[in-house]
Design a protein around this ligand. Sequence first.
Ligand code: ADP
Ligand code: MG
Length: 270
Amino acid sequence: MNPRFGEKPNARTVIDKGVIVGVGMGDEMLSIDNLHVSVEDTEIIKGLSLKINIGEVHAIMGRNGSGKSTLASVVMGHPAYQITSGSIKFNGTPLEDLEVFERARAGMFLSFQYPSSIPGVQVGTFLRKSVAAVRGENAPSAREFRKELKGHMEALEMDKSFLSRYVNDGFSGGEKKRLEILQMLLLNPTLALLDETDSGLDIDALRVVSEGINSITPTAGCLLITHYQRLLEHVKPDYVHVMIDGKIVKTGGPELAIELESKGYDWLEA
Ligand code: ADP
Ligand code: MG
């Protein structure tokens, strides 16, 4: 773990709707089985299975339009996407039973490929309220929150002045992605879905963002959606999956990402 990022609280146990959806080490956390997903009657995900355990980093690579963001959105519960068959379970609980906020409280986090700006809402307020909403009873005191925030911002090399700016309003691509990772560190998820978090980052930003991701992975599972092998030089994946046309067509280790970099995706197409 990177010493610049502070100690993490213990893995949480969250009880929602009477079901324990918290986690301990070694549990099977996310389990996706033969998933089919449509948006407005068009099938986008066409039979996808994937299991992610605590401590594992999975990378999903694939061309634009293959359904990667759709997968992340549907796991988090975006209402535009309909699961037509198959299942997603989180610590044994079928996800259709959980609202988006319950998924967040259970420890799931999604970093958007295209984060929205929220003019009028300051970053500091946004972060404080989201931590209170998601961590609930486990939320830190105001003093503790400020300390966590300061530590993470220093590690991410973010200036204090960020806190008074409006969320993502006029932010550069790199600033948006740093804010996503700052929010992730504060929310302390057990499952992080990171959608192209490396896009728009220069080398220095890529390094600090990667360190942030690495600081959570000992006690979290991570799904990294990326186009580029360069992120995977900093965040070592345990598994690399290739997604084509709504399905995982190949799974390998880190060497698969390097192979894709040189060979592209054509050789994997049926
Ligand atoms: P990727 O992230 O791999 O580039 P996406 O999941 O964003 O792919 O998109 C997969 C396909 O689904 C694309 O053809 C896209 O146009 C379509 N799609 C995704 N979300 C929506 C939506 N909300 N409405 C209509 N079409 C969508
Ligand atoms: Mg995408």
